[in-house]
Each structure stands twice: as C-alpha cells, then as structure tokens.
Design a protein around this ligand. Structure first.
Ligand SMILES: Cc1cc2nc3c(=O)[nH]c(=O)nc-3n(C[C@H](O)[C@H](O)[C@H](O)COP(=O)(O)OP(=O)(O)OC[C@H]3O[C@@H](n4cnc5c(N)ncnc54)[C@H](O)[C@@H]3O)c2cc1C
Length: 352
C-alpha cells in the first residue's frame, strides 16, 4: 500500500471502550501531533497524552506570537499559536484522541499480546492505557533552565518563555542568554518598541550572526561576560545587579538560557540514553525498548519544527508497518545488514 494513502478512522469507534490503543503518543508538540495525524490517517486508534492544558508544545507555549519564517509553504510566516492550532485541528478531524493535563510516569511491559505483539501499559499521572506501540515526543518543554536569583523573586514579570506581545510592548526588558532563542526574544521586543538589554554570560553571542546584527541595529544593548549577581524589586520594576557591579531597572525579564536534560525522566522509562542524556534511537526511531519510538527534540541535534514533524511521521509509519505486519522492522534490519555485508565484500574485492 502506498504510504500516502489515507484510511480514515471509522467515527463509530467507541474510544471509551477500546481493549487497547494501537498507538499512544506522549506529547502534543509538533512531533507528537504529526505522528498522531499519521497513525490516525492509517486507521490506527491513537491517543495523545499531553502534560499541558493545550496542544502545540514549544511554538504554543514558548513563542506563540513569533512569526515563524522557516516552515515551507508559509511564505509570509505563521505564528507559533496559529501553526499549533492548525495542526491540532487536523489531528482532531482525523479522530486522534487527546488527554490534557496528564503526564507520563512509566511504560510497563505486560504479558498480554495482540497478534504476537506484546502490549505495553502506559502509566500517567491520571490513568493507565494498554497499547501496541508508544511514541515518545515529549520534547524539552518541561525543563527550562532557571536562574536562582530571579526565581527567588517569584514574580510574574520573570518569563522563561517569550511573553505575549501585549506583555512587553513599549517596555524596558532584560533578555538573559546568548543563543538563538534569546536573540529571537530581543528582536520581538525591539519590533514592538521595547528597549532591550541582552545579558550574556559568555564573551560572545552564540546565536545567528544576522539576528545579532538586527538586534544591534534596532538599538539592543549588549552586556557580554556578564551574569546577574542580585535581583530585587524597586518600585514596580525589577533591579538587576550584574557582575560588573552596575545595576539596571527593567519592567520585565525574559530568561532564555536553554533547557535542563530530561535524563531523570528518561532513565525512569528504562531507555538507553546517548552520551548527552538524550534518548538513543536506531535508524527507525526505535529506542532500546521494542515498540517504543522516540522523535523530535527528545534526541538529536537539529531541533526544528519541520524535523520534528518529519520524525513523527516516519516513526508513525514504522509503527503502522509493525502493527500490520509484525516483525517488519526486524526483517528490514536483517535485509539492511545483508546489504551492508554485500557492500563490504564488493569494496574488499574492488580493493584487492
Ligand atoms: C524560543 C524558541 C524559538 C524557536 N523557533 C523556531 C523556529 O522559528 N522554527 C523552527 O523550526 N523551530 C523553532 N524552535 C524549535 C522548535 O520549537 C522545536 O524543535 C519543536 O517544538 C520540537 O517539537 P517536539 O514536538 O519534539 O517538542 P515540544 O515542542 O517540546 O513538545 C513536547 C510536548 O510534550 C509535552 N510533554 C513533556 N513531557 C511530558 C510528559 N511527561 N507527559 C506528557 N506530555 C509531556 C510538553 O508539554 C509539550 O507539549 C524554537 C524553539 C525555541 C525554544
């Protein structure tokens, strides 16, 4: 069957009384939504479990108002919020089922089988779900790196994501961090007539050179080799003291200094990890546990929406192939090995 053929789920399916789900996906970010859409479009009962109260992942929660310009097919760009809503609507139309405000805790093996497939039990903060395949697409959203000095203020004026436009328009803003996310935040504030001080721990900015040029051209002030040594309230403002001894007052602070590794959670899932603490996968996005796939920001170096979509779609198709033809992946791996061995022999013969 061609991989692009859509087989819609029958809308008479009683999702409340399934013996098991074909696929359970963890996370409703770009990777999880794309995976869910793809499995549902192949007639598989699909459940997405999402810790937050809405779908979308980072584009929805970290940069809802940013105009994303690197998604093919959107020449005028699209905001994180609109993109998330569009993909979510598509998934709902395909009869993907969702559970929000529910968090993955464990994936258990069971004795139960379905067509030679050992069923898994996905345990969450609210329930348990039997399923044939699991796709982990939980990104990094839960773990923004925090700054203790700012955290101690316990203030709504300290953001670990990019605020909504109305929250920073015309204001004086400190952006902490020197990567692409920090530069993006600075550009957005400057474009809304805000003033920006960029506070960077290193002696240089790591983000894209052209974005840095825009920040400087739009009046952003750079404080490199600088850290925040103290933070306090002065009137309605936040006063930050920097390592050079200077103190500056801001209406709000945006912290974009990366994410903590989700290593602990991944270890609890009993998955083999790569050296950098991300989930190790094989070329088919399968983890060290059979039938458990991992896609998107939970592994790998290229953290982009289009890459998360593509990986979600690929893992979904591999899960589909395994469900419709058990051991399909094992047979494919054996074929791959044989082809590699033949390739080696040909190279050796040619070298002789
Ligand atoms: C500031 C910023 C700007 C960016 N700009 C761009 C851009 O312009 N273009 C681009 O292509 N990419 C951009 N990116 C990167 C892009 O957003 C990510 O690569 C993409 O969101 C990864 O998708 P994902 O589905 O793997 O993970 P996420 O988007 O992180 O989604 C994961 C989802 O899983 C949920 N989850 C986490 N843990 C659990 C759990 N235990 N149980 C249940 N649910 C859970 C989370 O709540 C979240 O909704 C940007 C990133 C940042 C931070």
């Amino acid at each position: 069957m061609a991989d692009f053929k859509v087989t819609e789920l029958d809308d008479s399916v009683d999702f409340g009384n399934l013996k098991y789900w074909d696929v359970v996906i963890i996370g409703a970010g770009p990777a999880g939504l794309a995976a869910g859409l793809t499995t549902a479009h192949r007639g598989l009962t699909t459940l997405i479990i999402e810790a937050k109260d809405k779908p979308g992942g980072q584009p929805q929660f970290l940069y809802a108002d940013k105009r994303i310009v690197d998604i093919p097919g959107f020449p005028d760009g699209i905001t994180g919020e609109e993109l998330s809503e569009r993909v979510y609507r598509q998934a709902v139309n395909a009869l993907v089922q969702f559970r929000f405000r529910e968090e993955l805790t464990e994936i258990q093996d069971t004795e139960e089988t379905e067509k030679e497939d050992a069923l898994k039990r996905v345990v969450t903060s609210k329930g348990e779900y039997l399923c044939r395949k699991v796709i982990i697409a939980c990104g990094l959203l839960h773990y923004p790196r925090k700054l203790p000095a700012l955290d101690a203020l316990n203030s709504k004026k300290v953001y670990y994501k990019i605020p909504k436009i109305g929250d920073y328009q015309d204001l004086r803003v400190a952006v902490v961090g020197g990567g692409d996310s920090a530069l993006d935040a600075a550009v957005m504030v400057l474009h809304r007539h805000g003033q920006v001080d960029l506070i960077v721990r290193r002696d240089h900015v790591r983000g894209k050179a052209d974005t840095l040029t825009r920040v400087k051209a739009d009046g952003g002030i750079m404080h490199t080799s600088c850290e925040i040594t103290a933070a306090d309230f002065v009137g309605g403002e936040i006063a930050l003291t920097l390592t050079d001894g200077s103190t500056h007052n801001y209406d709000l602070v945006i912290v974009q200094i990366g994410f903590l590794s989700a290593k602990e959670t991944f270890q609890r899932l009993d998955l083999r990890l790569s050296d950098d603490g991300s989930i190790a996968i094989d070329p088919y996005f399968e983890t060290s546990r059979r039938g458990v796939f991992a896609v998107g920001d939970v592994h790998g170096d290229i953290k982009l929406i289009a890459v998360a979509w593509a990986e979600g779609i690929q893992a979904a198709i591999y899960a589909f192939k395994e469900i419709t033809s058990p051991f399909w992946l094992n047979e494919k791996r054996l074929r791959d090995q044989k082809i590699a061995m033949i390739g080696d022999k040909i190279s050796q013969a040619a070298g002789r």
